[in-house]
Structure formats: C-alpha cells, structure tokens
Design a protein around this ligand. Structure first.
Ligand code: G4F
Length: 350
C-alpha cells in the first residue's frame, strides 16, 4: 500500500474510471479534474465513477484554460499526474480538427507547464496512442517505429508526445508516454466501433433494433481490455527512469471479425444484420495496427490478462445486463447515430 496522491485528468472516461479504481486499491489518494458543467449534471456525466464518488476528490477545472489548470496544481501537491483527458474520437477529429487540436495539444501543454512551474517533482503520464503510427512504417509497431498520423486526432497525439518528451529532456521532469493500442470494455463510449457493435448485437437479439450500419469492415485493430492497459500506466510511473512504452496485445483482428464474434455470442450471423454505410468511412483510414509490447513485458513486467474472445464476451454480457433491464434499456440507440454534421457558416439557411 502507498500513501501517494495522484491526479487524473479525464477521470470520468473509460480509462480514468478503471485507473481511479486501481489506484484506490493500491492506497492512493485520488483526485480528478472535471469540467464545472459535469458537476452540475452528475447523474449523466459521472456514470462510470458513480461508485467511487465518496472515495475521490473532484476538482472543477478546464483544460482549455491555463489559469484553471494552474489553480489545481496550486491547491495540492501530487506525486503522480495521469493526463488522459482528450477529444479521443478519431472520426470527430475529421469533423472538427480545430477543437481536437486545441483540447489535445494545449491541454497537454498547460498541464506540463503548470507541473514545471509548481510541482517539478510530480511524475507525469501522457496518454499517447497507436493512431500516431497511422500509415505504418513497419509491422508490428514498437517504440522506435516512426510516426505517420492519418487524422487530426493522431497529429494532436504526436504533438502531445513531443511536448512530453521535450519537457523530460529540457526540464528534467519525470514524463512518460504510453503508446496504447485500442483498448475497450463495457465502459467504452457508444461511438467507438466495439461498443457500437456489442450494443447493437444485443439490441437486435432482443428485437429492439433490426440492423447495424458500419463503415470499413476490413480495418484491422489490435484490441485489448482497458483494465489491463491502465495497469501499465501506473507501472510506467514506478520505474527508476522515465521512458515510453507500447502497450498492445500483439494480435490484430478486422472489424468484421469483431462483428462475427459478437453476434456469434448471441447465436446470430452478423452478415444478416450488418450493412455497410459510406457515412462511417473516414477521409483517411489506418488499415492495420498491431503492436509489439515486448519492452513493456520485459521492463514493466506487464502482460494482458484478457484475450480477444474474453473481451468480446464481457462486452456482450455487460450490454445484455443493461439492455434487459427496463430502467437502462433506452440509454442509447447507435443505429440512428451518425457523425454529427457541423453546420458551417456557408451552409446555414438564410
Ligand atoms: O473504434 P474506433 O472509432 O477506434 P479508432 O479510430 O481505432 O481509435 C481508438 O483507438 C485509438 C488507439 O489506436 C485511440 F487513440 C482513439 O482515441 C480511439 O480510442 O474505430 C476502429 C476502426 C476504424 O478503422 C474505423 O474506421 O473501426 C472502423 N469502423 C468501421 N465502422 C468504425 C465504424 N468505427 C466507428 N467508430 N464507427 C463505425 O461505424
């Protein structure tokens, strides 16, 4: 057990909630940054951390404002800071690259600058992403693989990674980046393809939906479980020296295979229900990602506990539990959700 105090940005998200649980179990005092609007709407915004609210301290701040971030670091001393907050939906980053860049790049810069100014002893974790590898230069991807991002989101993560490295080298801060491949689970947002599939498959089984519209079924991703991946974040901050690590399962599967397995769990054939819809294609796609986590295995002693079939099964079972209860059945219907079309000034009706 430890007596450390940790700060998590993005504590209300999938990774933030699993990380908060794991740090609490290790004896940490856990603080999280949330937007003020979230505090005003706790029932909707805090669903993933509702069970933790009496054990954690929430600080209202905006990652879009340096004074706001500065004030969080003025109020408490932290041993570790996990910077997970980001606009993390790749498709949305094509719709609004400006917001994605502002939030993801400036937010990271503000946290690093406040740390340097006020708490240079605090260890810093940056949530890097396999999206940074983009149009991959080698397979599998490892820490030394050059970046070639294919989306505004990927570009913003490369910038965050470089900021993190620069603060480490220029100011001698303990700053690390985790290059995490796709990580999923029952707390995944409904817009990401895995949750969209498991939620729709269960709805179809229950007669609540009749089809599922998806984009590129041939894209290959290296999918693991978020609970395994956040464990690696903490391990990175316990090392004697700061360094960057790839976290991945080492297996890639197509979106089609994910569908096949998810519908198969319910004795359904995905081909009877999945329709390809061009609206869900991206202007530039990443065809295949697969990571080599041997450095993390060797140095951190990290190994994933979930297999691909375990992951799909757990997600299907969780969606089944939610959708068979009348009180939670209507939380979302992904079949009617498409990327939000922004109304640009020239398109506004007169
Ligand atoms: O689930 P996705 O939206 O995840 P994506 O774009 O790989 O990004 C996720 O993983 C990254 C790590 O590499 C994170 F950094 C990032 O924040 C996020 O967590 O899409 C996965 C694949 C893509 O190839 C996409 O084109 O699924 C394909 N896909 C096909 N149809 C779809 C759909 N994706 C979504 N979201 N919705 C579809 O209908």
């Amino acid at each position: 057990m430890t007596s450390k105090r940790a700060l998590i940005t993005g504590i209300t998200g999938q990774d933030g909630s699993y990380l908060a649980e794991q740090l609490l179990a290790q004896g940490y005092e856990v603080h999280g940054i949330v937007r003020r609007v979230a505090l005003e709407d706790p029932e909707r915004r805090f669903t993933r951390i509702a069970h933790l609210l009496d054990k954690i301290t929430l600080q209202a701040a905006s990652l879009e404002s340096y004074p706001s971030v500065f004030s969080v670091f003025s109020g408490h001393t932290f041993d570790e800071c996990y910077h997970l907050a980001a606009q993390s939906f790749v498709a949305e980053s094509f719709q609004d690259g400006f917001s994605t860049m502002n939030t993801n790049i400036n937010g990271t810069h503000y946290v690093l600058a406040a740390l340097k100014e006020l708490q240079p002893q605090c260890r810093f974790y940056f949530a890097g992403s396999s999206e940074m590898f983009g149009k991959v230069r080698e397979t599998p991807q490892r820490e030394t693989t050059p970046f070639y991002p294919r989306s505004p989101y990927g570009i913003s993560k490369v910038a965050g990674f470089e900021l993190t490295r620069n603060y480490r080298e220029a100011y001698n801060l303990f700053c690390v980046s985790g290059l995490l491949f796709n990580h999923e689970g029952p707390r995944r947002g409904f817009e990401f393809v895995t949750r969209k599939i498991t939620n729709a498959a269960v709805r179809i089984k229950l007669g609540l939906a009749s089809e599922l519209r998806l984009g590129n079924l041939e894209a290959r991703r290296d999918w693991g479980h978020a609970a395994d991946y956040v464990r690696a974040m903490r391990l990175m901050l316990q090392q004697p020296e700061p360094d960057d690590y790839v976290i991945a399962s080492g297996e890639s599967h197509t979106v089609r295979e994910f569908c096949e397995r998810a519908f198969g769990e319910l004795d359904l054939d995905y081909a009877d229900f999945v329709k390809v819809d061009q609206r869900f294609y991206r202007p530039t796609e990443i065809d295949e990602l697969v990571g080599d986590a041997s450095k993390a295995r060797r140095i951190l002693g990290w190994t994933p506990t979930y297999t691909f079939p375990d992951l799909v099964k757990e997600m299907i079972e969780a969606d089944w539990a939610v959708l068979t209860q009348p009180a939670t059945r209507n939380i979302q219907d992904m079949n009617v959700r498409v990327p939000i079309k922004k109304v640009l000034p020239k398109e506004r009706p007169n």
